[in-house]
Design a protein around this ligand. Sequence first.
Ligand SMILES: Cc1ncc(COP(=O)(O)O)c(C=O)c1O
Length: 440
Amino acid sequence: MVDTAPVPTPAALPDRGVVPGVWSRVTNLTVDRGEGSWLITTDGERYLDYSSGIGVINTGHAHPRVVAAVQAQAAKLLHGQQNIVYHEPGLRLYDRLRTLLPGGPWQAFLSNSGAEAVEAAVKLARAATGRPVVLVFRGGYHGRTAQTMALTTARNVSRADFEPLPGSIYATAYPYCYRAPGGGHAPDAACTCDWEAELDLTLHTLTYPEHVAAIIVEPVLGEGGYIVPPPGFLPRLREITRQHGILLIADEVQTGFGRTGELFAVRHWNVEPDILVFAKGVASGLPLSGIIARADLMAKWRPGAHGGTFGGNVVACAAANATLDVIEDEGLVANAQGRGAQLLDGLRRLAAGRPVIGDVRGLGCMVAMEFVKPGQGDGRVPDPEMTRRVIAEALDRRLIILSAGSYAQVTRIIPPLVTTVAEVDTAVRILEESLAAAGA
Ligand SMILES: Cc1ncc(COP(=O)(O)O)c(C=O)c1O
């Protein structure tokens, strides 16, 4: 017998005004699904997603192995609260995370968002050292909760309306080679940035070294403008922190899980942090974050001193285990190196003869162009308007990229790590057209 029951028509979508304006918007697209590097809208249009949902979908959108793991787990158990029970995906993930860094022994802690994991790192550092102060780098971004706003100095909008903020946090200079006071230079061994003198000054003017629990650093500055430091920076910072008994926290929320062409960016410089913060790329889009910390530090946390209802959610853990399998089995770390180098080459070619592009830089699949106003000031006056135009022109051509930098003067390009040679070529071609259309 033929089933003649009418198919219910879905209700019309509510007006977009239901979403509060505090979610500042990059596009007005309504998406239906994602496949690898592509987002497909409800109208069936395909967009090359070189935002990766702000550096999250390293394995691409809806990777079949991750989706299968999520579906299988969701059918069995959605919530196995960490204070109450153990679950298999969690035990497997905790075990894997403690082996991802050389050295150790390490132990992981799981939570939900990047900011929450940064909070965990700072709480652990204070509890383990008994010291109050935390140092951050100017231009750094660590989140939007009260504590992490206070740690964030990438841009005023993330913090300025919310003073007073938690104290005992001081900012010192990050080596931003393109904007070095003495003149822009490559982030190489001859770097002349004075970050070390600035740190020394901070430790002589604002606090004592023995009051500092930790210095938190992004190995490549993310929201602050995709700034790659010179090779000596992290190793020297590690020496200085050890000298003073200060813990080194590497915030790898944006750089982690293969993004820069190493599983974690600290590996580029063979630096061993005391605590590493991760989120974004760990679970291919499910909310999961955490820290990997020296086991002796982790032992100093009293039971109950930190935690949360949803931390280490069982479905998110299943997604993370599948994500780690995909990163490993599909050689995504190597692909991040290869495709990142291809993209960087393409952008350098586009920058030649275009003085509005002041700098092209990147590490792995974390790549950026910085726009300036040629002929004004010292030639490095930031140009947020040009940045906005290039991003808009790229979107018109169905390429999604983002801005970054304290003046929103940087376009950052964050391909999924599964992206192909052909897709990178497409992106470079679209960017060439977009630069021309924007008058760059
Ligand atoms: C380096 C870094 N740390 C922390 C965060 C905060 O992560 P979340 O937005 O998941 O709270 C971000 C987010 O962009 C980040 O890039």
